[in-house]
Design a protein around this ligand. Structure first.
Ligand code: HEC
Ligand code: HEC
Ligand code: HEC
Ligand code: HEC
Ligand code: HEC
Length: 264
């Protein structure tokens, strides 16, 4: 009897957990602070199967917050632009990190990032209250995101392995500033992942070739480049260059399009 009940309970729980229709947070309002804070949605396996609306039902501030007009010392935000904010691809006023990846015009046009593309859920046992101060539960780890995710779009331009004589900024004129001069035929099976809009990227790059550079060196926060998977393409040679030996030939499983469809 008891076992039966428990079974019923756990299968109910499972249904609740895996359904992606917005029910995960149901019954727990954001007002119930502790239960929300420790809600299983923050951890694996639940976090892998949620849609953004479920996170946003508690974390609306992520998309609503804005940067300050001016710093407490009075410096206007419009006067403290970083170098990359002076490029033509940077639109509008300064905005928050989350908004730049989820809702700005460029983000919406080219990308389809989800909360769980970056937030993959931490292990509760690693939430790390430091004894003797058990109140130290500021969830630092929960905020942490695997930097490899960022590296995919903010790494260095791989000009050496592409056979270019100099970094793109210096050699671009030789190629009319256009990556597609080569990439209309080389590595053409690209961007088939659930957080990018592959067709829109190709369209946008035909109008403004700098679109490609934007994610492949133009917003470089790292010294290194990302070792991309090397998908087979039409006309590819059988000879694998040395630098590419050992590279995967498919995108990471969690990014493959079929994974996303299964989660929908
Ligand atoms: C039921 C409400 C609820 C849902 C749903 C929810 N969260 Fe949370 N989350 C909270 C609360 C409450 C905290 C603790 C916030 C605090 O103490 O400032 C928190 C903390 C966090 C933190 C650490 C924040 C910090 O400032 O320390 C992150 C990151 C986070 N949540 C991300 C997510 C993501 C991603 C999702 C969706 C997968 C999600 N949350 C879904 C309520 C929720
Ligand atoms: C491009 C990757 C990325 C995406 C997409 C993303 N986040 Fe974050 N998020 C981060 C990073 C990085 C931090 C900052 C960690 C830190 O401050 O240490 C963060 C911090 C947070 C925090 C805590 C700090 C804060 O700013 O309040 C919350 C809550 C949060 N994210 C929720 C979300 C939700 C909800 C979504 C989906 C609507 C989302 N994030 C989408 C990378 C991302
Ligand atoms: C799928 C590609 C992609 C991923 C993954 C990604 N970014 Fe970005 N990032 C962009 C694009 C595109 C922009 C420019 C958006 C715009 O100008 O509206 C950008 C802008 C930024 C900016 C400038 C924001 C501003 O307003 O000045 C920072 C900082 C940043 N990203 C950091 C990160 C970090 C940290 C991560 C990992 C947690 C990350 N990005 C993951 C594509 C990506
Ligand atoms: C002169 C021709 C040429 C030009 C111009 C060119 N590329 Fe490449 N690119 C290549 C070649 C060749 C490879 C390696 C092909 C292979 O896998 O064997 C490559 C590979 C790449 C890779 C994969 C790197 C890796 O580690 O797997 C990326 C990303 C890339 N190019 C982006 C760009 C971008 C963005 C531009 C424009 C800013 C550009 N390329 C301009 C020829 C070119
Ligand atoms: C919004 C960011 C973004 C833009 C814009 C972008 N890329 Fe990429 N690119 C990526 C990411 C992320 C990957 C890795 C995807 C994966 O894991 O399969 C990638 C992978 C590649 C690869 C490796 C292909 C392979 O074998 O899988 C090449 C080549 C490449 N991009 C070239 C380009 C060119 C050329 C353009 C312009 C037409 C461009 N990229 C525009 C983010 C971007």
């Amino acid at each position: 009897m008891w076992l039966g009940n428990r079974f019923l309970f756990s299968s109910l729980l499972l249904t609740l957990l895996v359904s992606s229709s917005g029910t995960v947070a149901e019954g727990i309002g954001p007002s119930d602070y502790d239960r929300s804070r420790w809600h299983p949605i923050h951890h694996k396996p639940v976090i892998d199967n949620v849609i953004d609306d479920q996170c946003l039902s508690c974390h609306q501030e992520i998309l609503e917050r804005n940067v300050l007009d001016r710093s407490p010392a009075g410096v206007k935000s419009s006067e403290v632009l970083a170098w990359y904010q002076t490029l033509t691809t940077y639109e509008g006023e300064q905005d928050t990190f989350h908004r730049r990846h989820l809702v700005t015009p460029l983000a919406k046009e080219l990308m389809d990032l989800r909360c769980n593309t970056c937030h993959q859920g931490n292990d509760l046992r690693e939430e790390a209250p430091v004894p003797p101060d058990h109140s130290n539960r500021d969830m630092t780890l929960r905020k942490s995101v695997n930097p490899d995710v960022c590296l995919m779009c903010h790494g260095a331009n791989p000009y050496k392995l592409m056979g270019l004589p100099k970094p793109w900024a210096e050699s671009r004129d030789m190629f009319q500033g256009n990556c597609l001069l080569c990439h209309a035929h080389i590595r053409t099976t690209r961007h088939q992942v659930n957080f990018l809009k592959a067709d829109a990227i190709e369209e946008a790059a035909k109008i403004d070739p700098d679109v490609c550079y934007g994610c492949h060196g133009g917003r470089q926060w790292y010294r290194i480049g990302y070792p991309y998977p090397r998908h087979a393409w039409k006309g590819m040679s059988n000879v694998v260059p040395d630098w590419a030996k050992g590279r995967p030939t498919e995108s990471e499983p969690r990014f493959q399009i079929k994974t996303q469809q299964a989660a929908k």
